[in-house]
Design a protein around this ligand. Sequence first.
Ligand code: ATP
Ligand code: MG
Length: 435
Amino acid sequence: MAKQIIQPVRGTRDYSGSDMHRFRQVMETIGSVVECYHFHELQTPIFEFSEVFHRSLGDTSDVVSKETYSFTDRGGEHITLRPEFTAAIVRAFISGGHTQQLPFKVWYRGPAFRYERPQKGRLRQFHQVGVEALGASEPWQDAQVIACAYDALKALAQLHGDDSPTPFDVTLELNTLGDKASRDAYRQMLVEYFRTHVGSLSEESRIRLEKNPLRILDSKQEEDRAIIADAPLFDDALNEDSKAWIMQVQEILHSLAIPFRLNPRLVRGLDYYSHTVFEFTTDRLGSQATVCAGGRYDGLIEQMGGGAIPAVGWAIGVERLMLLLEQSSQHMHHPLLPMLMFIVMDDHALLSALHMSRDIHAIGYAADIITHKHMGKAIKKAQQQGASHIVVLGENEVQTGTYSLKYLATGESFAFHDTEKLIRLLAASFATTRE
Ligand code: ATP
Ligand code: MG
């Protein structure tokens, strides 16, 4: 009977080869941009007490009501794998006693977990990289945080030869959810409006009508769309303070030459936002259009027991950016990274190869060893493994003590007798390979 092959869990995947390369490129490029914006990396556990997410996201959010991976551990604790990072970052901020050190500017990266219907750009284990500026109390800080996301996307697109003002054809969509007074007024208007259409609303939206009517605007149900189209706009409920806030954000974005589009229907999937909300969307990814989403969440930290501290942040979906990179790099040629392969054909040479390769690692270059009796096959294998250079260690080389470093791309060879010379040759050759 054939052995059954074990598969990855639905909605999870492995990352290797060029995908792994893209994954790292996304993480590293974004990481270096956000560090320039003075965010420091913070790493939290991948699971928290379930309460961390229930308290922060609210019981009516999709994420908490349908998408969490939760379990009771052997000690009886209710545990949830993080579906997003913001709540965990706020938990770390409070439990770490950082509330007196404001602003607390951190960035994060890592896997998040949501029980969703898997499709392109939508996984059950996916990755996010994001920033949170806790204690950021002014509109210019919203603009700065948005500029940071924009610059991160731009840096990534530039690596792939895209230097346009709309990297990956993204559109920055901007909206305001106002302050609490405006939101309460708007909520009232919405409840009145939706009540008159309650018979035609989806069941999900009918439930939200009492608990969180704003979320109805985010409904993806067909029967809700037409009703939503005629719903009152937030603008009608915004007070002067809230209007002034979002105007200032817009003025700064204009001045920084960051293009955006106002989208009065934009609400975020989670419950805790206020004032500025934004998304970077692209039409290159079908219905998984949002690559970065964020906004201001002035009430969250207090809600979690940390005092009235305002904050703003965003999260980028790493896999969606990887898809965009894959599309835009189809015509790119991947540069061959410098890598030296020792081909050991004589058993006596193995130890020399191990010694020499460690000397090469010590100066920061990649080197590895293949043992093989057949020269042609060995070279082919070295190429398959990504070698840019080879050194053959056969009987002849071992006896004469004369070796040669071969550059596979050009066929050039350079003779050497000792490791010092090899390192000099390599350094010179790798420098040109890198260009
Ligand atoms: P969507 O509307 O696409 O479900 P969301 O509003 O649930 O997104 P957020 O909670 O704002 O998403 O998460 C921020 C970003 O993380 C999203 O814009 C997206 O790029 C990414 N993301 C969210 N859920 C997934 C998922 N299941 N698989 C892959 N990426 C995801
Ligand atoms: Mg979602």
